[in-house]
Ligand binder design. Sequence first.
Ligand code: NAD
Ligand code: DAU
Length: 348
Amino acid sequence: MKRSILITGGAGFIGSHVVRRLVVNYPQCQITNLDLLTYAGNLENLKDIEHLDNYYFVKGDIGDERLLSRLFKEYDIDGVVHLAAESHVDRSISDPLSFIKANVLGTVTLLNACLNHWRGSTESLFYHISTDEVYGSIVAPELFTETTAYDPQSPYSASKASSDHFVRAYRNTYNLPVIISNCSNNYGPCQFPEKLIPLCINNIRHRKPLPIYGQGENIRDWLYVEDHARAIDLIFHKGKEGEIYNIGGDNQWKNIDLVRLLCDIVDNQLGTTNSQELIEFVKDRPGHDARYAIDASKIKSELDWKPSVSLEQGLAKTVEWYLSNEEWLKHVTSGQYQEYYQELYSKR
Ligand code: NAD
Ligand code: DAU
């Protein structure tokens, strides 16, 4: 079991679920959360655990070599769970360079910090969280396995693929102990409302149009975020060094069918009707991948993991969370919230 773990991007959507799980389940481990608090990072996600003795938050950039060097020394980090990234495909289309900076340069700077601090120790581990988008699009009924060739199609997936290659190269060249996992689409509480599911919940709530790219025929494989956090915990503690694990929900849905189901669930909880009438077909995303679908049999057989929540259950919990956390939604969409925290932490 690792004693001092650095989690990057722990104030974001998936990262906050991972931080909470590790802080609560491993009170003997020191968990340091390094996050730049971009528009996607929000400390409100971790309010319930911020008082715990084994949790530390540091505001900073994974690309800041000096800060990393100080943190690795001060906290004697011996494990890294790396989630920090720019994560939204549409933003990568309008601003690819910021994705190269955070996802490629940031990851390599972090890898260098591990090399410098660990100096060949085999007791340490760099665990890189990646995405199924590195494999590109796949035709039914085929599934992505851990040996599927990389074929990234968007600036986001190209930057994640590049970071995966650097992680492997650091193992091959410098013997850095690493694990990589590639996961499908997550959904659940605390996801920034630019992604399909929280965007639609928020728009239904405010009776705004639900923009469906193209004909809505694209397929994604959906996984409830807490099932992903549990997989990350298992892989970090029980996974085999040097291995790759695919994680997926066995839940392949066409976007249009998913959004229709979501409308019905929100209608059911709000007592409204006909939210499906808000659906609007809009111009397609450039280079839009047609289908993602994960074969998760390796993590299931080797680590005894499987998704615990069906899509219907997970969506119901997610809708309930967003409808009862309107303040959170207001904060993250106002922009003022981020400025507030930027100011707060620059004073520390
Ligand atoms: P997110 O956008 O919600 O959170 C990213 C976090 O990283 C934010 O808190 C942000 O402040 C922080 N961050 C960004 N740049 C940083 C930097 N330079 N230094 C320090 N912190 C920085 O993302 P997410 O959806 O939670 O995804 C987390 C990770 O999981 C990403 O690496 C992503 O590629 C991967 N992933 C996401 C999904 C998904 O469906 N969301 C699926 C598979 C893999
Ligand atoms: O597959 C894993 C990836 O899933 C992660 O690596 C990414 O970080 C995460 O953002 C997600 O990428 P997607 O592009 O699949 O997610 P998004 O929620 O943006 O879109 C889901 C699908 O819905 C996709 O086919 C595009 C479509 N879409 C999206 C939005 C925002 C719409 O039709 N309308 C929309 O307004």
